[in-house]
Write a protein that binds this ligand. Structure first.
Ligand code: SF4
Length: 401
């Protein structure tokens, strides 16, 4: 067990957005449907839910808070006082490192939609976030082309994205991540190259480049089925991904996960907890949680409709919609599925310690086939995807399930 295993990560889901983007399958609803007093009721419910989990598993309250990630939805829509209430309530529940002697301060991230900073509020909001203890921003810029933003149905302009980034720096944030999407309808390789170059000119500490996927139940999936969505070809999307990797690596970014790059070791510690199968508690509508004990781990998830979530928390203190105990086989598969997303791959000793079996013995025939196909290899006592394997990481990990 390493030190991080004795810590905890907390995820808070804020399921509200200005409007629903046509490609989005996240659990979120447009704020136009919300009753007044929603922020108060929602932040209250989140903190009550945390109290419920702690009462049920009191040993968790001894864990040091390593990370807090406020995601969505659009958490930057939430008035800053409620964000502060959440951060304060969560910090008070767990021992927190001062960052002086006992290790790093917790990483506290909030996702920002540029439209919510420059249109609806002033940059004071970013200063309030900073005062509330937030020390990392993840800004959903997605594209530096107006046409790309329009195709994605985003609520902000390129100008607002740039202004938001500038205000974030002015507010004193020193750990900023930018999200970009490639494979946007109508996007060319040249446009993507310009997006990557523009992002590099800002020099954020972290960059995520996501390939647009067509998710079931979205407006894009209906358009796609009707032949009304003109996406770049698969080859073009692969070229975009490769170009992103090349440019970012050459600019000094470490490619540490299939879609993620960072400067100076500033990997997202919260997401690293997911990829290393470490404990986290998810609070809020539709949030998922995972703890690695008892047995081979337990996972649970919440009711996803925000108002029902609030009602259930009021009635019973929790809104758990489902729970499962992992079998040994499921825990192994999940460890591989998540670990292979890391570019460094899976440490063979860690795997054996954790699952009491050698990784190669766990899925021997499939690993042999992937190695023979040049998609997987072992080096420095780690099992990793090759560059070709990284390009089809999702397909490979699904084939191992
Ligand atoms: S802002 Fe994000 S969470 Fe909200 S609808 Fe758009 S993609 Fe989904």
């Amino acid at each position: 067990m390493n030190n991080r295993d004795q810590m905890i990560g907390i995820y808070v889901h804020i399921p509200f957005c200005v409007q629903k983007c046509p490609y989005c399958a996240f659990n979120s609803i447009a704020t136009v449907h919300l009753p007044s007093g929603i922020w108060d009721a929602y932040s209250d419910a989140v903190l009550r839910e945390l109290s419920f989990h702690i009462a049920k598993r009191p040993e968790l309250s001894d864990r040091m808070l390593e990370t807090l990630y406020i995601g969505g939805g659009t958490p930057s829509l939430m008035p800053a006082e409620y964000i502060k209430r959440l951060v304060d309530g969560i910090r008070k529940t767990f021992p927190v490192s001062s960052g002086q002697s006992s290790g790093q301060e917790p990483e506290i991230t909030i996702e920002i939609n540029p439209g919510t900073i420059t249109q609806l509020f002033t940059h004071d909001k970013l200063i309030f976030f900073k005062d509330a203890g937030i020390n990392r921003l993840s800004i959903g810029i997605q594209s530096f082309h107006e046409r790309g933003l329009k195709a994605l149905g985003r609520v902000h302009s390129v100008r607002e994205s740039l202004r938001c980034y500038e205000l974030a720096r002015k507010a004193g944030f020193r750990n900023i991540g930018i999200d970009l999407i490639f494979g946007i309808p109508g996007q060319s390789l040249r446009e993507w190259e310009a997006d990557v170059n523009k992002a590099l000119s800002l020099r954020p500490e972290h960059l995520s480049t996501y390939n647009l996927t067509i998710e079931e139940g979205t407006v894009f999936s209906r358009r796609y089925e009707d032949g009304r969505l003109l996406l770049p070809t698969e080859d073009e999307q692969t070229a975009m991904y490769e170009l992103g990797i090349d440019r970012l690596r050459s600019a000094g970014y470490c490619h540490y996960e299939v879609s993620n790059f960072s400067l100076d070791g500033l990997e997202c510690r919260h997401n690293n907890r997911y990829w290393l199968a470490m404990d986290y508690i998810g609070l809020g509508a539709g949030a998922h949680s995972y703890v690695s004990a008892p047995g081979w781990g337990v996972r649970w998830w919440n009711e996803s409709a925000p108002l029902t979530y609030i009602g259930q928390i009021k009635d019973s203190g929790h809104a758990t919609a489902g729970m499962e105990r992992l079998t040994h086989e499921e825990a192994i598969t999940e460890g591989i599925f998540l670990g292979l997303r890391k570019i460094r791959g899976i440490d063979l000793d860690w795997f054996k310690d954790r699952f009491h079996i050698s990784i190669k013995d766990s899925h021997r025939s499939r690993f042999t086939a992937l190695e023979a196909g040049g998609l997987l290899y072992t080096t420095d006592h780690r099992l990793r995807l090759t560059t070709r394997g990284i390009l089809i990481a999702d397909t490979i990990t699904v084939s191992l399930i």
